[in-house]
Design a protein around this ligand. Structure first.
Ligand code: GTP
Ligand code: MG
Length: 199
């Protein structure tokens, strides 16, 4: 499961919100914060991958190119990637770099859902309108388009259900979102510390 989208769109925040684990993935108001791939193992069953954002103009070109190579090589030519969560900002039309990513995912037939995030920053009516127009913009590739917010939790149960369905986990007998992050294992010692807190 990979979280994709422009720098600062809220990938790390949404990953944390889905796992009910604030502080798991590093969030920053400065775009370009996530520089490497980080993996979080959920329930010992699958991994969430927090990826660096793309399209952040102030990152030097060579670095942008190396991120792109990193992300592309992560996404393509591997079996276990069951779903990409493609984040776009609920407040704006998709940008050229979003369209490039969409075309890339479509070209490689990678499964994805679109999460229109920061939905708390627009009214409910506006979020609905944007979701509908995004459905058109991302058809037929996207499996779904959901308005979400990492701040209020809007849409996260629906997104989590998609994640679980894609991972072919049984939803029955489980709450719609995990009430706790269960066993979320990070890639750095600080994440391991947090895990021992959580468990
Ligand atoms: P990079 O790692 O730099 O690519 O960024 P990112 O996509 O991981 O974004 P990150 O989660 O670090 O969030 C960027 C900023 O947006 C932070 O200031 C977050 O607090 C804010 N943010 C993220 N999600 C939401 C949301 O749903 N609502 C609101 N209001 N703010 C959000
Ligand atoms: Mg990030």
């Amino acid at each position: 499961m990979a979280f994709l989208g422009r720098s600062n769109v809220g990938k790390s925040s949404l990953l944390n919100a889905l796992c009910h684990a604030p502080g798991l993935a590093r969030v920053s108001s400065l775009p370009g914060r996530t520089r490497l791939l980080s993996f979080f193992r959920v329930d010992g069953r699958f991994y969430l991958a927090d990826l660096p954002g793309y399209g952040y103009a102030r990152v030097p070109e060579p670095q942008r190119r190396s991120w792109k190579a990193l992300v592309d090589s992560y996404l393509v030519g591997r079996e276990p990637l069951v779903l990409c969560v493609f984040l776009v900002d609920a407040r704006h039309d998709p940008m050229a770099s979003d369209e490039q990513l969409r075309d890339f995912l479509d070209h490689h037939a990678l499964p994805y859902v679109v999460a229109a995030t920061k939905a708390d920053k627009v009214g409910r009516g506006e979020a609905g309108r944007r979701t509908r127009s995004l459905r058109e913009a991302f058809a037929p590739g996207a499996r779904d388009v959901l308005a979400v917010s990492a701040v209020t939790g809007t849409g996260t149960p629906q997104l989590w259900r998609q994640v679980l369905a894609a991972a072919e986990l049984k939803v029955s007998g489980r709450s719609e979102t995990p009430t706790e992050p269960a066993r979320v294992e990070g890639t750095s010692p600080s994440h391991r510390e947090r895990r021992s807190h959580a468990s």
